[in-house]
Design a protein around this ligand. Structure first.
Ligand code: NAI
Length: 344
């Protein structure tokens, strides 16, 4: 095995590998833990250095989904799938054929895996998977605005509990990545009085959002370490690394990006620096709550209440962790309690 991982590969409920060379499909479905319900989690499509890297990413992300659903009190297990993008599905027909075969594999799980959109997959791809008889979420609505609302609720709760700030008024919030979620989050924070610093690899997007919210633009290289009260990672995974932590100059980290911490010890290193990290899978659950609400045809008011509850959850975790304590530890403990209770 060439790929190095700290994830124990034997701890997943089930890992399914799929290959159909006739359409260039190589994919992995990881079902992490199904005690709370069928495994729900997005389909990610990107290049991987080798098969082990793809399997490892699917398993790690599926584990985070287990805790995301447990913490959000949703009736789903944790799952994730990855499709290896090796450039073979170049045109629309080839992509469709690939997603049809992948859809067959999803349908064969008999509803134990429910896919949704993730990095580099689209609502149209989900519609193709659904056309093969699979249960699919996110096939016709973008969850991002609800993810942003949930992250904002988590940010407000973090500001209150950690920074003793009753609003974001006057606080500096740095947002890394102003795409679907980050731009909405920047708008919500600005409306609450925050001063925004934004960055994006798309300079035009960064400039447009900065102008809209009356904020400034930071470089992609420097946004994580820019002087701010709250850093909100809303772009890529694993931006908080042991080498970045000494240079951070925020007091609170809360954002949408899945898998924000490069490794588990980063949480300890952050606390040594007096920086509180709100677990990404707690803050960014608004999207899955939205999908669940759509599947069950909830009223809008119920959806809003459930997404706002993310803020109360963060407040509870801050209390459970105690001064200087780990919100990651408190969240994992809560999640494990819920999983044990489902098992009993
Ligand atoms: P998006 O693709 O709409 O936006 C990401 C933005 O980040 C883009 O504008 C992109 O140009 C920018 N970006 C990429 N790499 C960057 C870098 N190194 N530095 C600065 N900017 C960079 O994605 P979306 O939907 O807004 O998601 C953002 C993050 O939140 C992702 O990590 C995603 O997995 C996570 N997430 C999203 C949910 C949703 O409902 N959309 C739900 C839960 C998690």
């Amino acid at each position: 095995m060439t790929h190095e991982s700290r994830f124990d590969p034997w701890t997943s409920h089930q890992v399914i590998t799929i290959s159909d060379e006739s359409v260039g499909l190589r994919a992995v479905i990881a079902l992490d833990d199904l005690r709370l319900g069928p495994g729900f989690g997005g389909v990610r499509m990107r290049p991987y250095s080798d098969a082990y890297a793809a399997i490892d990413e699917a398993q790690r992300l599926a584990r985070a989904m287990t805790f995301k659903h447990a913490l959000a009190e949703l009736p789903y297990g944790g799952a994730k799938s990855v499709i290896v993008d090796d450039g073979r599905a170049r045109d629309a027909d080839a992509r469709r054929a690939l997603f049809e075969r992948f859809g067959d594999a999803v349908a064969a799980t008999g509803g134990r895996y429910i896919p949704g959109v993730d990095m580099f997959t689209t609502l149209a791809d989900m519609a193709v998977i659904r056309s093969r008889g699979a249960t699919v979420y996110c096939a016709d609505a973008d969850p991002s605005p609800w993810t942003a609302r949930g992250v904002f609720a988590a940010m407000k709760a973090g500001a209150a509990g950690v920074l003793q700030a009753s609003s974001l008024d006057g606080l500096v919030v740095a947002v890394q990545g102003v795409g679907s979620v980050g731009a909405d989050l920047a708008r919500l924070a600005a409306a609450d009085g925050a001063r925004l610093v934004v960055a994006d690899i798309d300079p035009q997007r960064a400039a447009t959002v900065a102008e809209e919210v009356g904020g400034s633009v930071a470089s992609v290289e420097q946004v994580a370490t820019t002087a701010c009260d709250i850093f909100a990672p809303c772009a890529v995974a694993r931006v908080i690394t042991p080498s970045v932590i000494p240079a951070l100059s925020c007091r609170l980290i809360v954002g949408a990006a899945n898998d924000t911490l490069d490794s588990p010890e980063c949480d300890e290193l952050l606390r040594e620096r007096g920086i509180t990290f709100v677990p990404d899978y707690v803050a960014n659950a608004g999207g899955v709550i939205h999908e669940h609400a759509r599947a069950l045809a909830w009223a809008q008011a119920d959806l809003e209440r459930a997404v706002e509850a993310i803020g109360r959850r963060v407040t509870g975790l801050i209390e459970e962790a105690g001064p200087g304590g780990s919100l990651v530890g408190a969240a994992l403990e809560r999640g494990r309690r819920r999983l044990r209770a489902a098992h009993d």
